[in-house]
Design a protein around this ligand. Sequence first.
Ligand code: SAM
Ligand code: SF4
Length: 327
Amino acid sequence: MATELIDRFGRVHTDLRISVTDRCNFRCEYCMPEEGMEWLDRSAVLTFEEIERVARVLVERCGVESIRLTGGEPTVRARLPLLVQKLAALGVDLSMTTNAATLVTLAEPLRTAGLKRINISLDSLDRERFHQLTKRDQLDAVLDGIDAAVAAGFDPVKVNAVLMRGINDDEIVPFLQMGRDRGVIVRFIEFMPLDAQGDWSSDRVVGYDEILERAGEVFDFEPIARGTSPAERFAYTDGAGEFGVIASVTEPFCGSCDRIRLTAEGQIRNCLFALDHVDLRAILRGGGTDDDVVAAVAGEVDRKWAGHGIGQVHFLRPSKSMSQLGG
Ligand code: SAM
Ligand code: SF4
C-alpha cells in the first residue's frame, strides 16, 4: 500500500538526500571545524545494503522520485560507484553534491554506474583564497574535476558558490564568467547559520537583490521558469547559458520544500534546521520491517515545521554543522 510522505501543511516529500559519510577531504570553515571533528565510528555509519534498503522502501512504497548523494564528501566513501549502481537500479533521478577534488578519476566511473546529475561546490576562483577557505591547496584539482564532469557527459553540471560578505562577494562576476567559459550553470547560495564556528550573522549574507545587481552591471539576462528548482533561474540574452540564485535566507522556499534527509548514521531529519530526528538505524538493525521503516519516516515528515524561521526570535540553530547534515 502506498504511503505518501505528506506533512500537515500538505507538502508532499519526494526528494531524498542521503549523506553517505560524515568525513571530508576539505575543511571549509563555514561547514566544519578545522580541528577536533569527531568522526563517526565505521560501525555507526549505514552500510550500502542499509542505505539501499531505505531508498528502495521509500521509492517503492512512498513515492520518492529523486535521490541526491551528499556528505561530508561523498567521494571519500570507498566503492561509491557500487552504491550508485544499486540506487540507479531504482529508476530515480540520481544526483550527487561534491567538492570535485577527486572527480578527475571518479567522474567517468560514477557516470557509468548510473549517476545522472552532479552539483559541484566551489567558493573561490582565487588560489590563495580557495586554500584559506578549504584549508587545502586544491583549486586546480577542482577546476579539472569540473572539466572531467563535463567530459564524462553530466549535463548540466552545476557549480554552487556560497557567498559570504567580505570573503568572496567580489567574485560574482568572475564566477559567472567561469560558468560561461566552461559551459556549466553557476548558482549562488546564500550563507546559512549552519557554520561550525557559529559566527554567522545576517550582515554576512549576500542577498538575492545584491547578487542580481552586481551581475546586471556586466551581463544581460532575463528570468526563466523556476519549475521545482529552489533556484531562481536567469538566462543570458546572448544565449551563453544560465545562472541561478538560491535565496534560502532572504526568500526561503520552505513553503514548497519536498526534501527529507538521511544522515550517515541513519537519522531521518525533516529539515536542515530540524532539532530532532528519528533513529532509523536502530529500526534497521533491530529487525524492523519495511512497514516500520515507512511508519518512522512518515511520522518524521508529519512533524515537519512550516519553515526554518531564520531571523525570527524563536529561531534555534541545530547542534549539528552542515557537514553532518549534508546540505
Ligand atoms: N562535500 C560536498 C560539497 O561540498 O558539495 C557535499 C556536502 S556539503 C555540506 C553540501 C553543500 O553545503 C555545499 O555546497 C556547501 O557549500 C554547502 N554549505 C556548507 N555550509 C554552508 C553554510 N553555512 N551555508 C550555506 N551553504 C553551506
Ligand atoms: Fe567538506 Fe563539502 Fe563541508 Fe567543504 S562544504 S567541508 S567540501 S562537506
